[in-house]
Design a protein around this ligand. Structure first.
Ligand SMILES: [Zn+2]
Length: 283
Protein backbone atom coordinates (compact mmCIF):
# COMPACT_ATOMS: atom_id res chain seq x y z
CA UNK A 1 0.00 0.00 0.00
CA UNK A 2 1.67 3.19 -1.24
CA UNK A 3 0.35 6.50 0.05
CA UNK A 4 0.97 10.02 -1.28
CA UNK A 5 0.24 12.85 1.19
CA UNK A 6 -0.04 16.42 -0.12
CA UNK A 7 0.09 18.95 2.74
CA UNK A 8 -1.11 22.54 2.58
CA UNK A 9 -1.27 24.88 5.59
CA UNK A 10 -4.36 27.09 5.56
CA UNK A 11 -6.58 24.16 6.54
CA UNK A 12 -4.42 23.00 9.44
CA UNK A 13 -6.20 23.30 12.82
CA UNK A 14 -5.83 26.58 14.67
CA UNK A 15 -4.64 28.49 11.58
CA UNK A 16 -6.65 31.71 11.13
CA UNK A 17 -4.10 34.46 10.56
CA UNK A 18 -1.49 35.33 7.95
CA UNK A 19 1.08 35.36 10.75
CA UNK A 20 0.42 31.61 11.11
CA UNK A 21 1.23 30.69 7.51
CA UNK A 22 3.89 33.11 6.28
CA UNK A 23 7.47 32.01 6.77
CA UNK A 24 9.26 34.57 8.94
CA UNK A 25 6.05 35.73 10.65
CA UNK A 26 5.64 35.84 14.39
CA UNK A 27 3.66 32.65 14.86
CA UNK A 28 4.79 30.66 11.81
CA UNK A 29 7.18 28.39 13.77
CA UNK A 30 4.37 27.46 16.13
CA UNK A 31 2.04 26.42 13.31
CA UNK A 32 4.61 24.58 11.20
CA UNK A 33 5.16 22.45 14.30
CA UNK A 34 1.37 21.94 14.53
CA UNK A 35 1.28 21.06 10.81
CA UNK A 36 4.07 18.51 11.33
CA UNK A 37 2.12 16.98 14.23
CA UNK A 38 -0.95 16.55 11.99
CA UNK A 39 1.21 14.88 9.32
CA UNK A 40 2.69 12.57 11.95
CA UNK A 41 -0.78 11.45 13.03
CA UNK A 42 -1.69 10.65 9.42
CA UNK A 43 1.54 8.70 8.91
CA UNK A 44 0.87 6.75 12.10
CA UNK A 45 -2.62 5.81 10.94
CA UNK A 46 -1.42 4.91 7.43
CA UNK A 47 1.34 2.69 8.85
CA UNK A 48 -1.02 1.01 11.25
CA UNK A 49 -3.31 0.23 8.31
CA UNK A 50 -0.40 -1.33 6.40
CA UNK A 51 1.12 1.46 4.29
CA UNK A 52 4.54 0.34 3.08
CA UNK A 53 5.58 3.46 1.19
CA UNK A 54 4.72 7.01 2.24
CA UNK A 55 5.61 10.17 0.34
CA UNK A 56 4.78 13.57 1.82
CA UNK A 57 4.64 16.57 -0.53
CA UNK A 58 5.17 19.83 1.34
CA UNK A 59 2.76 22.01 -0.65
CA UNK A 60 2.38 25.43 0.96
CA UNK A 61 4.20 28.69 0.20
CA UNK A 62 7.90 28.01 -0.24
CA UNK A 63 7.07 24.31 0.34
CA UNK A 64 9.59 23.90 3.16
CA UNK A 65 7.18 23.94 6.10
CA UNK A 66 7.36 20.38 7.45
CA UNK A 67 9.92 19.75 10.19
CA UNK A 68 11.43 16.77 8.38
CA UNK A 69 13.64 15.97 11.38
CA UNK A 70 10.48 15.13 13.37
CA UNK A 71 9.23 12.52 10.86
CA UNK A 72 9.89 8.79 11.31
CA UNK A 73 12.18 6.61 9.20
CA UNK A 74 11.30 5.54 5.67
CA UNK A 75 9.13 8.50 4.72
CA UNK A 76 10.04 10.49 1.61
CA UNK A 77 9.45 14.25 1.64
CA UNK A 78 9.05 16.30 -1.54
CA UNK A 79 10.31 19.70 -0.47
CA UNK A 80 10.97 23.12 -2.04
CA UNK A 81 9.58 25.40 -4.74
CA UNK A 82 9.42 25.94 -7.68
CA UNK A 83 8.96 22.39 -8.91
CA UNK A 84 6.91 20.90 -11.75
CA UNK A 85 3.37 19.80 -10.74
CA UNK A 86 3.83 21.59 -7.47
CA UNK A 87 1.36 20.19 -4.89
CA UNK A 88 1.36 16.75 -6.54
CA UNK A 89 4.92 16.26 -7.73
CA UNK A 90 5.76 12.57 -8.25
CA UNK A 91 2.14 11.36 -8.03
CA UNK A 92 2.79 9.42 -11.25
CA UNK A 93 5.28 7.14 -9.49
CA UNK A 94 2.62 4.56 -8.67
CA UNK A 95 0.55 5.13 -5.51
CA UNK A 96 -2.58 3.34 -4.34
CA UNK A 97 -4.14 6.43 -2.81
CA UNK A 98 -3.61 10.13 -2.07
CA UNK A 99 -4.40 12.07 1.12
CA UNK A 100 -4.86 15.86 1.16
CA UNK A 101 -4.06 17.44 4.53
CA UNK A 102 -4.55 21.08 5.62
CA UNK A 103 -6.54 22.00 2.49
CA UNK A 104 -8.72 25.11 2.05
CA UNK A 105 -11.64 26.26 -0.08
CA UNK A 106 -11.41 28.01 -3.43
CA UNK A 107 -11.49 31.77 -3.90
CA UNK A 108 -14.92 33.23 -3.26
CA UNK A 109 -16.14 30.69 -0.70
CA UNK A 110 -18.01 32.20 2.21
CA UNK A 111 -16.96 31.36 5.78
CA UNK A 112 -13.77 29.64 4.61
CA UNK A 113 -10.37 30.38 6.13
CA UNK A 114 -8.07 32.15 3.65
CA UNK A 115 -10.07 31.01 0.62
CA UNK A 116 -7.94 31.22 -2.53
CA UNK A 117 -7.01 29.16 -5.57
CA UNK A 118 -3.33 28.30 -6.14
CA UNK A 119 -2.05 31.87 -5.82
CA UNK A 120 -4.32 34.34 -4.06
CA UNK A 121 -2.83 37.47 -5.60
CA UNK A 122 -2.72 36.13 -9.16
CA UNK A 123 -5.89 34.12 -9.89
CA UNK A 124 -9.42 35.40 -9.38
CA UNK A 125 -10.53 31.96 -10.49
CA UNK A 126 -9.45 28.89 -12.40
CA UNK A 127 -12.13 27.11 -14.45
CA UNK A 128 -11.97 23.56 -15.79
CA UNK A 129 -14.66 23.05 -18.42
CA UNK A 130 -16.41 26.17 -17.06
CA UNK A 131 -16.50 24.90 -13.49
CA UNK A 132 -14.62 26.98 -10.92
CA UNK A 133 -12.08 24.74 -9.33
CA UNK A 134 -10.42 24.51 -5.93
CA UNK A 135 -6.93 23.17 -5.32
CA UNK A 136 -8.62 20.04 -3.95
CA UNK A 137 -10.61 19.49 -7.16
CA UNK A 138 -7.64 20.15 -9.44
CA UNK A 139 -5.29 17.88 -7.47
CA UNK A 140 -7.93 15.16 -7.19
CA UNK A 141 -8.40 15.24 -10.98
CA UNK A 142 -4.66 14.92 -11.46
CA UNK A 143 -4.54 11.93 -9.10
CA UNK A 144 -7.50 10.53 -11.07
CA UNK A 145 -5.52 10.94 -14.30
CA UNK A 146 -3.15 8.32 -12.85
CA UNK A 147 -6.09 6.26 -11.57
CA UNK A 148 -5.38 7.12 -7.95
CA UNK A 149 -8.33 7.77 -5.59
CA UNK A 150 -8.17 10.52 -2.96
CA UNK A 151 -9.40 8.77 0.17
CA UNK A 152 -8.76 11.33 2.93
CA UNK A 153 -8.98 15.12 3.14
CA UNK A 154 -8.58 17.40 6.13
CA UNK A 155 -9.22 21.12 6.30
CA UNK A 156 -11.93 23.58 7.24
CA UNK A 157 -15.61 22.66 7.04
CA UNK A 158 -16.05 24.33 3.63
CA UNK A 159 -13.45 22.25 1.78
CA UNK A 160 -14.55 19.07 3.57
CA UNK A 161 -18.06 19.72 2.26
CA UNK A 162 -16.79 20.07 -1.31
CA UNK A 163 -14.67 16.92 -1.02
CA UNK A 164 -17.60 14.82 0.21
CA UNK A 165 -19.77 15.99 -2.67
CA UNK A 166 -17.10 15.38 -5.31
CA UNK A 167 -15.83 12.02 -4.04
CA UNK A 168 -18.41 9.70 -2.48
CA UNK A 169 -16.98 7.76 0.45
CA UNK A 170 -13.95 10.01 1.01
CA UNK A 171 -12.91 10.29 4.66
CA UNK A 172 -12.80 13.89 5.88
CA UNK A 173 -11.51 15.46 9.06
CA UNK A 174 -12.90 18.93 9.78
CA UNK A 175 -10.20 20.85 11.65
CA UNK A 176 -12.23 24.04 12.10
CA UNK A 177 -15.42 25.79 11.12
CA UNK A 178 -14.76 29.11 9.39
CA UNK A 179 -16.66 32.13 10.72
CA UNK A 180 -15.16 34.77 8.43
CA UNK A 181 -12.11 34.58 6.16
CA UNK A 182 -9.94 35.27 9.22
CA UNK A 183 -11.78 33.61 12.10
CA UNK A 184 -12.91 30.11 12.97
CA UNK A 185 -14.12 27.80 15.66
CA UNK A 186 -11.24 25.32 15.77
CA UNK A 187 -10.65 21.91 17.28
CA UNK A 188 -7.58 21.33 19.41
CA UNK A 189 -4.46 19.66 18.07
CA UNK A 190 -5.03 16.65 20.32
CA UNK A 191 -8.55 16.06 18.95
CA UNK A 192 -7.45 16.56 15.36
CA UNK A 193 -4.53 14.15 15.73
CA UNK A 194 -6.80 11.42 17.05
CA UNK A 195 -9.37 12.00 14.28
CA UNK A 196 -6.69 12.06 11.57
CA UNK A 197 -5.15 8.80 12.69
CA UNK A 198 -8.50 7.04 12.81
CA UNK A 199 -9.60 8.50 9.46
CA UNK A 200 -6.34 7.41 7.79
CA UNK A 201 -6.92 3.85 8.98
CA UNK A 202 -10.50 3.86 7.66
CA UNK A 203 -9.39 5.46 4.37
CA UNK A 204 -6.83 2.76 3.63
CA UNK A 205 -9.34 0.06 4.46
CA UNK A 206 -11.76 1.62 1.95
CA UNK A 207 -9.02 1.79 -0.69
CA UNK A 208 -8.26 -1.90 -0.16
CA UNK A 209 -11.94 -2.70 -0.59
CA UNK A 210 -12.03 -0.43 -3.68
CA UNK A 211 -14.81 1.64 -2.13
CA UNK A 212 -13.49 4.99 -3.36
CA UNK A 213 -13.19 5.77 -7.05
CA UNK A 214 -10.59 8.02 -8.67
CA UNK A 215 -12.02 11.38 -9.75
CA UNK A 216 -11.82 11.31 -13.53
CA UNK A 217 -12.46 13.84 -16.28
CA UNK A 218 -12.59 13.36 -20.05
CA UNK A 219 -9.62 14.56 -22.12
CA UNK A 220 -9.77 17.79 -24.20
CA UNK A 221 -10.25 20.18 -21.33
CA UNK A 222 -11.05 23.88 -21.58
CA UNK A 223 -8.94 25.76 -19.06
CA UNK A 224 -9.96 29.34 -18.25
CA UNK A 225 -7.70 31.52 -16.13
CA UNK A 226 -9.18 34.67 -14.58
CA UNK A 227 -6.40 36.99 -13.45
CA UNK A 228 -6.39 39.93 -11.08
CA UNK A 229 -4.25 42.03 -13.33
CA UNK A 230 -3.81 42.57 -17.04
CA UNK A 231 -0.03 42.49 -16.64
CA UNK A 232 -0.04 38.73 -15.99
CA UNK A 233 -2.58 38.10 -18.77
CA UNK A 234 -0.37 40.16 -21.16
CA UNK A 235 2.43 37.62 -20.77
CA UNK A 236 0.39 34.42 -20.35
CA UNK A 237 -1.28 35.12 -23.71
CA UNK A 238 2.14 34.64 -25.35
CA UNK A 239 2.09 30.91 -24.50
CA UNK A 240 1.35 28.96 -27.72
CA UNK A 241 -2.33 28.03 -27.87
CA UNK A 242 -3.45 30.78 -25.54
CA UNK A 243 -6.58 32.75 -26.43
CA UNK A 244 -6.93 36.16 -24.80
CA UNK A 245 -10.66 36.50 -24.26
CA UNK A 246 -10.58 39.89 -22.53
CA UNK A 247 -8.26 41.99 -20.40
CA UNK A 248 -8.18 39.60 -17.48
CA UNK A 249 -9.02 36.26 -19.06
CA UNK A 250 -6.96 33.70 -20.98
CA UNK A 251 -8.36 30.40 -22.27
CA UNK A 252 -6.52 27.26 -23.39
CA UNK A 253 -7.81 24.15 -25.13
CA UNK A 254 -5.70 21.47 -23.44
CA UNK A 255 -5.12 17.81 -24.21
CA UNK A 256 -5.78 16.59 -20.68
CA UNK A 257 -5.68 17.56 -17.00
CA UNK A 258 -1.90 17.09 -16.83
CA UNK A 259 -1.38 19.67 -19.57
CA UNK A 260 -3.90 22.01 -17.91
CA UNK A 261 -2.07 21.63 -14.59
CA UNK A 262 1.25 22.53 -16.21
CA UNK A 263 -0.28 25.65 -17.78
CA UNK A 264 -1.73 26.75 -14.43
CA UNK A 265 1.68 26.37 -12.83
CA UNK A 266 3.37 28.24 -15.66
CA UNK A 267 0.82 31.09 -15.37
CA UNK A 268 1.43 31.23 -11.62
CA UNK A 269 5.20 31.50 -12.07
CA UNK A 270 4.67 34.24 -14.68
CA UNK A 271 2.40 36.05 -12.21
CA UNK A 272 5.01 35.82 -9.45
CA UNK A 273 7.68 37.11 -11.87
CA UNK A 274 5.55 40.06 -13.00
CA UNK A 275 4.74 40.88 -9.39
CA UNK A 276 8.40 41.15 -8.50
CA UNK A 277 9.12 43.23 -11.63
CA UNK A 278 6.40 45.67 -10.60
CA UNK A 279 7.80 45.79 -7.08
CA UNK A 280 11.17 46.75 -8.59
CA UNK A 281 9.59 49.60 -10.58
CA UNK A 282 8.48 51.13 -7.30
CA UNK A 283 12.01 51.28 -5.90
ZN1 LIG B 1 -1.26 27.12 1.17
Amino acid sequence: MKVYISVDMEGIGGVVSLSHVLSGSKEYERFRKWLTEEVLAVIEGAREAGATKITVADSHGGMTNILIEDLPENVEVVSGFPRPICMMHGIWEGYDTAFFIGYHARKGTRGAIMDHTIAGRIFRYIKINQKETSEFYLNALLAGFYNIPVSLLSGDAAICREAKTAIPGIEVVITKQGITRWSAKTKTLKSIKRELKEAAIRAIKKVRERKIKPLRIEDNIILELGFYSTDTADIVEMIPGAERVDGLTVVFKTKNILEAYKLIELAMIIGIGIDSLVQKMMK
